[in-house]
Write a protein that binds this ligand. Structure first.
Ligand code: NAD
Length: 253
């Protein structure tokens, strides 16, 4: 079997790196990306597989489309696109500005749409097994205080998964979502380092700990694999049980 060719956006650290590493361990040929320099990720992943780094800012549609086109040119084809680059910029709701809202949606939603469109346009006639994975969040279905732009963007990702799945099913392209819970990355590090926060989260998460990027990668590999060949339009939450737990009479364990 030929090695799958995979592009993971926003993959020099955090969840995107965890996803890229999981694909690398399966022998996929990879393109990783950031708007910033690669920060050593390219060397680490190149020790595992063929890997390329393309610097492109996905906060513009041109940047998202150009990344997909360059990745396709480097690898000769693309089988899987993982739309992962995303961010959290919220402030207390009264202070939310249109600029912050637009920045959130441009990266978390608009880039996913137009990178996916570029990916589909580059598929070869009759190419089989293509799939798109969109990284949403537990915030795709549950809200946090003062997280209005982020929550709305991740809710949009859930509908994007379903809408793209329906639109692309006839062409044999599967589209699924991956919903991390709370994962320790540069994005969440400052919050996790606030005294008491990690211990409080650990008590609320059924698995008793926040996730690590390597907890998430396997789900993306599965969703892109032939083992998931009849799965489309689904969101797989990788959250240590966060969404499963009911409010309880018992004291936290
Ligand atoms: P992170 O900030 O730690 O890493 C983001 C990656 O995207 C980095 O490689 C960064 O360089 C890149 N990136 C940022 N802005 C970019 C841009 N404009 N263009 C191109 N690349 C850019 O974030 P993370 O925590 O790893 O989150 C990754 C994804 O997972 C996001 O979509 C986020 O919403 C989602 N998520 C994170 C958590 C969590 O707890 N960390 C939970 C649920 C969902």
């Amino acid at each position: 079997m030929t090695q799958p060719c995979v592009l993971v956006t926003g993959s020099t650290h955090g969840i995107g790196y965890g996803i890229a590493e999981a694909f690398a361990r399966q022998g996929a040929r990879l393109v990783i990306n950031s708007h910033l320099p690669d920060n050593g990720a390219l060397a680490k992943l190149s020790a595992l597989t063929e890997c390329h780094f393309i610097q492109s800012d996905l906060s513009t549609t041109a940047g998202a489309v150009s990344l997909v086109e360059q990745a396709h040119a480097r690898l000769g084809r693309l089988d899987t696109l993982v739309n992962n680059a995303g961010t959290f910029l919220d402030t207390p709701f009264d202070d939310l500005t249109e600029a912050l809202f637009d920045r959130t949606f441009n990266l978390n939603v608009k880039a996913y749409v137009f990178a996916s469109q570029a990916f589909v346009r580059l598929l070869a006639p009759g190419q089989e097994g293509a799939s798109i994975v969109l990284v949403g969040s537990t915030n795709s279905v549950t809200a946090e205080r003062h997280s209005v732009a982020y929550d709305a963007s991740k809710g949009a990702v859930l509908m994007l998964v379903r809408s793209l799945a329906v639109s692309l099913a006839g062409r044999g392209v599967r589209v699924n979502g991956l919903g991390p819970g709370i994962v320790e990355t540069p994005l969440t590090q400052r919050g996790l380092d606030v005294p008491g926060v990690r211990a409080s989260l650990n008590k609320q998460i059924p698995f008793g700990r926040v996730g690590q990027p390597e907890d998430v990668g396997g789900a993306a590999v599965f969703l892109a694999s032939p083992a998931a060949g009849y799965i489309t339009g689904q969101m797989l939450f990788v959250d240590g049980g966060i969404l499963a737990i009911q409010k309880t009479w018992e004291p936290p364990v």
